[in-house]
Design a protein around this ligand. Structure first.
Ligand SMILES: *Cc1c(COP(=O)(O)O)cnc(C)c1O
Length: 396
């Protein structure tokens, strides 16, 4: 289903002009023309740039689409897709959508007359019942953030097709190494290449891939017209990241599986969220539509309080406390106080983001070292918790 490592590595072209094995960085704003309109295929670097074009071609192939389009961030990629819609159109979106997409839909597009309905897309009946004649775009993420919910891409694609609307899958958490939504019937795929595609926590980038050329042309038009392009250097960094994608993702998956199993048996842990566990409610769907279960593991504590979670996330040494994910170094975050802070507590909890929920982005270190780090964090954070409160100084 997905590209294997050989195909992936050799999808990156050798420079036809010089033979350079690394794609050259064309750091230029404009291209000299022989006569007005007579050029070598490039005229102005917002419209097109050879380094960006190389990335766009590689990602189109990796996702089995016709067209790839690169943007300055994942959110700029999402923004470009929403711009396909018109006032009066509706989006049907997964209920625990990425917070930035929620903010974009609600605070930018609502005032232009695009409305959004949210539903739990893990249950296909909900999707079936929630589409209306006005629905023009179905928007899903699978796995979702941070509770790793899984939706059935193929089944939702059938509903989208029957209702003549587009299905867009945010494939950031899986990456093209694990899951290719276009092969499962999706029309559009987006990535925050900031995460696994870049893979080194050193850039912000976004990608759109379309199944049809016609949709691709529309997104290319929006890319040029709105201007949120990816720079030549950052395009090069994403290409460099893609070179090691399959190797990295394999290791992220195997480390995450071991850690998810370790956490499931830990006496301080209440619940573990990982699609690779048999106990995950949609484990079978995940196994059917992807080649692996990814590098993100979330869990809640028996002591379901923000204080207990704070104690834990400030006690790890290898897992560094930071937002974002998908890099070489392991990270962890506390969504209730970080990524999901702007979501009202009640809405957050019904979406499954408990007060003590902790999200791990499992990196490429040795699994045994990561487990040792988690173990010492459980021990030291529980000790911190048991320490008696300091008495007020008696000053009389
Ligand atoms: C990070 C992320 C985004 C946004 O991408 P940026 O590159 O930060 O703009 C969108 N979707 C998902 C699932 C993400 O994790």
């Amino acid at each position: 289903m997905s590209y294997n490592a050989t195909q992936l590595i050799h999808s990156i072209p050798v420079d036809p002009l010089t033979g350079a094995i690394s794609v050259p960085i064309y750091q230029t704003s404009t291209f000299v023309q022989e006569a007005p309109g007579v050029n070598k295929g490039y005229d102005y670097a917002r419209t097109n740039n050879p380094t960006r074009a190389a990335l766009e071609e590689i990602i189109a192939r990796l996702e089995h689409g016709s067209t790839g389009i690169a943007f300055g961030s994942g959110l700029a990629a999402i923004d470009a897709v929403v711009k396909l819609l018109e006032s009066g159109d509706e989006i049907l979106a997964v209920d625990d959508i990425y917070g930035g997409a929620f903010r974009l839909f609600t605070h930018i597009y609502q005032k232009f007359g695009v409305t959004v309905n949210y539903t739990d897309t893990t249950n296909i009946e909900n999707v079936f019942n929630a589409v209306t004649p006005k629905t023009k775009l179905i928007w899903i993420e699978t796995p979702t953030n941070p509770t790793l919910k899984i939706s059935d891409i193929e089944a939702i694609a059938k509903i989208a097709k029957a209702h003549h609307c587009l299905l867009c899958v945010d494939n950031t958490f899986a990456s093209p190494a694990l899951q290719n939504p276009i092969l499962l019937g999706a029309d559009i795929v987006i990535h925050s290449a900031t995460k696994y595609l870049g893979g080194h926590s050193d850039l912000i980038a976004g990608l759109v891939i379309t199944k049809e050329k016609e949709t691709g042309e529309k997104i290319k038009f929006i890319q040029n017209a709105s201007g949120a392009i990816l720079s030549p250097f950052d395009s090069w960094l994403v290409i460099r990241g893609i070179e090691t994608l399959s190797l990295r993702v394999k290791q992220h998956c195997s480390n995450a599986q071991v850690i998810a199993e370790y956490l499931s048996k830990h006496p301080s842990v209440e619940k573990v969220f990982y699609p690779g566990l048999k106990s995950h409610p949609n484990h079978e769907v995940a196994a059917k539509q992807s080649n692996g279960f990814g590098g993100i593991v979330s869990f809640t504590l028996k002591n379901d309080t923000e204080e207990a979670a704070t104690g834990f996330v400030t006690s790890t040494k290898l897992f560094r406390l930071a937002e974002s994910l998908g890099g070489v170094k392991s990270l962890l975050c506390h969504p209730a106080q970080m990524t999901h802070k702007s979501i009202p507590a009640e809405r957050r909890k019904t979406a499954g983001v408990a007060d003590s929920l902790i999200r791990l982005s499992v990196g490429l270190e040795e699994a045994k070292d990561l487990i040792q780090d988690l173990e010492q964090a459980f021990e030291s954070s529980e000790l911190k918790h048991k320490q008696p409160l300091e008495k007020e100084p008696f000053n009389n």
